[in-house]
Design a protein around this ligand. Structure first.
Ligand code: CP3
Length: 341
């Protein structure tokens, strides 16, 4: 592959500036994507390799980011395990979600249900072999939680959190099944050509930090290590893990992606020095005017001048409704700033 700043950076080389990409850059805020969404549903885009590739690559052309993230969703794993998934206008819906009895009898992994995603990866890499492509899947806890979510009226996950105390063994059994399916899924993503892998553990902070470390982290590690064992760099996004970040090291992931609840310097000092860091712009800042955004970037740039192993990203995905011109402003600013490296 031609030298690319994202690839150079994740491989530990010093780059003139931090590489930049954004969580949820493909499917939320781009006017070009929103126009396509008026014509096609999420499933239609996923099932058509040309469309899936187009949506994956839109942010590279429209925003100038340094890497693409595969257009897909974390819920494809529950679907491949046998849950009937529908993306409705109000969000995803499972027709046969798990309930308090946590009956795993109907969960059988059918890996052929993921074949269309592998074809999409192949299509993207054949169209743009030199563009770094990030593959992903959901963390074991986040995926588990969503398997109980029948529809948008399930506003919180308290009924599922309770199960971690009352039905720990059953919870672990399901997380094992999720992990096994995810391991297979990651392996196949790497074979089809992804350049980097991110594990989205967006709901990490929903259970106590110690509980995540004890019960869930070994499974997250297994999924991340699957990519690493195949020479594919792994990024772990354990949102709201807070002090739990001190559990992370090279044995678990190559890079930790952090949210905005901790200042980036604090997160850096909690993390083992042998891993890189990604994040952590507060996505709400995009609602501000350019002057205020620039003030924020200047503060962050002090960190960037001292830290090479940093990927610029958000602390979580874009919020729908933000002005894409402000995103262009941020990308251009990062590219044109003198990072004193
Ligand atoms: O840039 C991208 O959008 C990349 C692809 C991507 C999607 N979902 C597409 C999507 C990624 C990385 C995800 C991750 C995801 N999905 C997470 C973890 C990260 C996060 O942002 O929290 C979670 C918890 C989900 C589950 C999910 N999928 C929800 C809660 C929803 C509804 C609200 C939403 O986020 O849009 C989805 C639907 C979804 N995932 C859509 C897209 C483009 C919208 C589909 C549609 O509107 O038809």
């Amino acid at each position: 592959m031609k030298k690319n700043i994202f690839i150079e950076n994740i491989n530990g080389n010093i780059t003139s500036r931090p590489p930049v990409w954004f969580m949820r850059q493909a499917g939320r805020i781009l006017p070009s994507y929103l126009r396509l969404k008026e014509k096609y549903s999420f499933d239609e885009m996923m099932q058509n390799k040309e469309l899936a590739a187009k949506v994956t690559l839109l942010p590279l052309d429209d925003l100038g980011v340094d890497a693409g993230i595969l257009f897909s969703d974390i819920l494809v794993i529950p679907k491949a395990l046998g849950l009937e998934l529908e993306f409705t206008a109000k969000g995803p819906k499972f027709h046969n979600a798990l309930d308090q009895n946590i009956n795993d009898k109907n969960l059988i992994f059918d890996s052929s249900k993921l074949d269309y995603i592998y074809n999409n990866i192949k299509e993207i890499k054949s169209q743009r072999p030199n563009t770094p492509l990030i593959g992903f899947c959901g963390g074991p806890l986040t995926t588990f939680l969503f398997m109980f979510r029948r529809n948008e009226s399930n506003k919180d996950f308290n009924h599922v959190i309770k199960l971690f105390y009352k039905e720990k063994k059953k919870c672990i059994k399901i997380m094992e099944m999720i992990t096994e399916a995810s391991v297979e899924y990651v392996k196949n993503q790497v074979i089809r050509g992804i350049d980097c892998f991110q594990l989205f553990e967006t709901y990490c902070g929903i259970i106590p930090e110690e509980m995540y470390t004890e019960i869930v982290l070994p499974y997250s590690k297994k999924i991340l290590n699957t990519a690493m064992d195949k020479n594919c760099k792994s990024i772990f996004f354990p949102k709201n893990y807070n002090n739990g970040l001190n559990q992370l090291n090279k044995g678990i992931c190559d890079i930790a992606s952090i949210d905005w609840q901790l200042p980036i310097e604090t997160a850096r000092s909690l993390l083992s020095s042998d891993i890189g860091i990604q994040g952590n712009m507060d996505p709400r800042i995009f609602f501000a005017d350019k002057k205020e955004i620039e003030k924020y970037l200047i503060t962050l740039s002090k960190f960037g001048a001292k830290n090479n192993n940093w990927i610029f990203n958000l602390g979580h995905g874009f919020i729908p409704g933000i002005d894409v011109k402000n995103v262009n402003f941020v990308v251009d600013w990062i590219k044109n700033h003198n990072w004193n490296r």
